[in-house]
Write a protein that binds this ligand. Structure first.
Ligand code: C2E
Ligand code: CA
Ligand code: CA
Length: 414
């Protein structure tokens, strides 16, 4: 009936110590930390080093009341934190350090070991983001979020098998009002919850690895659509942009999978644009450039998505084999009212043009915005001003309504 507590402890900025003073000093530091931990808990408690600078401490036999058990764990946690904040003598160095601590309580065996560890780990991250050198308890509202996520992950898995996904396509329009391409955007029609935004499920698909099968399905479906469109004059000129998430792109087989797809689906590779975000480049810029160059040889084009929001490194624009850059909707949104946003979009456009890139503005909602963007030199616009993302048949009807009579003479492709 007694509660126990699991404490997840992570040293703050340990990596810096390792990097500056070397691993010998780092090792000595870890041993000193272990000693201090040992001195701070009962002999019957368990201390372990999980790896790196992470320690896990199991406190047994706390109170049978959850409030009292929490208070007991907090007292010990606080002691650990102040003990670990005392200076360390490492050879000739005096080192100062601190630790972040996550605590979760449990009783009996209703919760799995993995789950308990995960909760303590999550709480530790809360402590880190609260500024380090502190402790946090696992919070049940965090858990509610965790459960919802887990459920969504299971549903994703189920619906992926049952093909509950579809692609919508949003036009990209030039200064003359011609639609030159579309962006494929995935939609999930959940049997109980209705339409779920990709903003909600793509991150979960990425974390769980489900982005691999989902992304493969998206790519293949978009390519099939592209081939179908190539056969009809109304749609033959369209390029299709497909979003590829970092985890999908970094997979070792991404290039060979794409090449295989190009061999099996008879599409014009020039019409396929891969949209990537800057977060891809944080990993290993050289490897990314190599992958892009390999696919570029096959005729594929690359677009840098959401430009202006992340690192927005100007050197990426130069180093990467990009064909286009998308100005993030956040700048477009306030372009008429906020001079800074207007200046940023102007700068991106001038720079992009000088590097020979095609500029695409996202989230264009008003004629005023589009006018200014065109004056600034932007090539293509995408947004509700032109059309919302829509299923392929609706897109064809939309194109038909825009097109001159000569093109609409035949029947639209199915
Ligand atoms: P994104 O790539 O930046 O896509 C543009 C988003 O802006 C889309 O949201 C689109 O519906 C929305 N949008 C377009 N025009 C307007 C406008 O005028 N005003 C406003 N307020 N919004 C507009 P959506 O479809 O919900 O997609 C959200 C994000 O989810 C995408 O952002 C992309 O990051 C991700 N995503 C969508 N489809 C896929 C996919 O197939 N694969 C991957 N990996 N990610 C995807
Ligand atoms: Ca995109
Ligand atoms: Ca975007």
């Amino acid at each position: 009936g007694a509660y126990q507590a699991l404490l997840f402890l992570d040293l703050d900025n340990f990596k810096t110590l390792n990097d500056t003073l070397g691993h010998d000093v780092g090792d000595r530091m870890l041993m000193e930390v272990a000693d201090r931990l040992r001195q701070s808990v009962h002999a019957s408690d368990t201390i372990s080093r999980l790896g790196g600078d992470e320690f896990v401490i199991l406190l047994g036999h706390l109170s049978e009341s959850v409030e009292d058990a929490a208070a007991q764990a907090a007292v010990i946690g606080d002691q650990l934190i102040s003990r670990l904040a005392e200076p360390y003598v490492l050879g000739s160095h005096i080192h100062r350090s601190s630790a972040s601590l996550g605590i979760t309580l449990f009783c009996g065996n209703t919760v799995s070991v993995d789950e308990i560890l995960k909760r303590a780990d999550m709480a530790m991250y809360q402590a880190k983001s609260a500024g380090r050198n502190t402790l946090r308890f696992f919070d049940p509202t965090l858990q509610a979020g965790l459960n919802a996520r887990l459920r969504m992950e299971q549903d994703l898995y189920r619906d992926l098998a049952q093909r509950e996904f579809s692609l919508h396509y949003q036009p990209q329009v030039d200064a003359q009002g011609h639609c030159l391409g579309v962006e494929a955007l995935v939609r999930w029609n959940h049997p109980q919850r209705g339409w779920i935004s990709p903003l909600d499920f793509i991150p979960i698909a990425e974390d769980s690895g489900l982005i691999q099968p989902l992304g493969a399905w998206i790519m293949e479906t978009a390519c099939q659509q592209l081939v179908a469109w190539q056969a009809h004059p109304l749609t033959a000129g369209l390029s299709v942009s497909v979003n590829v998430s970092p985890r999908q792109f970094m997979r070792p087989s991404f290039v060979s999978d794409m090449i295989h797809l190009l061999h099996t689906i008879p599409l014009d590779p020039n019409k396929l644009v891969i949209e990537i975000t800057e977060s891809i480049f944080l990993d290993n810029l050289d490897a990314v450039v190599q992958k892009m160059a390999a696919l570029q040889k096959y005729g594929l084009r690359f677009s840098l998505d959401d430009f202006g929001t992340g690192y927005s490194s100007l050197s990426y624009l130069k180093r990467l084999p990009l064909e286009r850059v998308k100005i993030d909707a956040a700048f477009v949104h306030d372009i008429l009212t906020d001079p800074t946003d207007a200046a940023i979009s102007q700068a991106i456009i001038v720079l992009g043009r000088s590097l020979g890139l095609t500029l695409v503005a996202e989230g264009v909602e008003t004629t005023g915005q589009w006018q200014l963007l065109q004056e600034q030199g932007c090539h293509l616009g995408q947004g509700y001003l032109f059309a919302k993302p829509m299923p392929a048949p609706a897109l064809q009807a939309w194109l038909m309504a825009q097109a001159p009579a000569s093109l609409t003479a035949g029947s639209a492709p199915v």
